[in-house]
Design a protein around this ligand. Sequence first.
Ligand SMILES: [Zn+2]
Ligand SMILES: [Zn+2]
Length: 327
Amino acid sequence: MPQFRKNPLKNEWVIFSEERSKRPKKEKVAECRFCEGMEIHTPSEIFSISSKENRHPDTSGWIIRVVPNKFPALSLENNNFLKNEIFYENLNGYGIHEVVINSNRHVKFISELKETEIKLMLDVFAERIIQIKKNKKIKYISIFLNQGGKAGATIEHSHSQIIALPLLPEIIKKENNFLKKHYRNKKTCYICDLINVELKDKIRIIHKDDLFLITPLFYSCYFFEVDFIPVRHMSNFEDINSIEKEALAKYIKKISEFFLEKFSSCMNMFIKTQPIYENNKDYYHWTLKILPRIHNFGGFELSTQMNINTSFPEKTAEVIKKYLSRS
Ligand SMILES: [Zn+2]
Ligand SMILES: [Zn+2]
């Protein structure tokens, strides 16, 4: 049974899940259980979008499909919230782990998805957040995409994942507290302020329109990481509208094409949205990040959690902007 164990030195939880180690190392394309027609090889679907009327669950005819992770890091069955605080602190591994199968076709890279498919993927993220939030034990929802072995993927068919936690990861708590403090002191949203600074500085802008600022952050942690920041102040990702989703899909596709062409097929994408227990919409501003995965972490990074980024964001912006202007 999965378990959370707390490291008091870092005030961070670690998830232990032997289930995750049972994931197949590599599946042959002919046996891909995420392809259309292979529905019986996944756990029963939770949600899907289909063009076919009266389609039965777990049959073909879907466009995008959400299923429970067959090898979950966490599970709703671990309902018993036993806490042991004698010396060590631990919790049962309660939570949700879902897989969003991004396409019915055997597509490996997000850049191979059509813009309409990426938009549908964003629709599904918003829909699942709304549904998962009905579970009052859930405190935080992480939405991410791993593409390629170096990015943590074990299945080649393009998919995203949703992990819903009964607690707040320390880094999310820290970021949330910072944003709250900034709002308390200045009465403005930090990310809205950041947008204004970037518009003045100009040197880190990859793209800006009425809907999104696309920029590597001044203090980017990882090589060529790029943030998508909605211009409209929004705390919760699920409040994104249809036009914003279309714009986001277009640029996710373009920038992941750039990563694939210039660096590697391995990349991560993730969304940072407001922790669930917070209902003040003034200070939190959701963002989406994508980054190519080229380097592994070394001893220095592991021991200090201080990353060495080999590309200044000003250079990253210049290179990607140049690429986009040609395509
Ligand atoms: Zn497939
Ligand atoms: Zn804002």
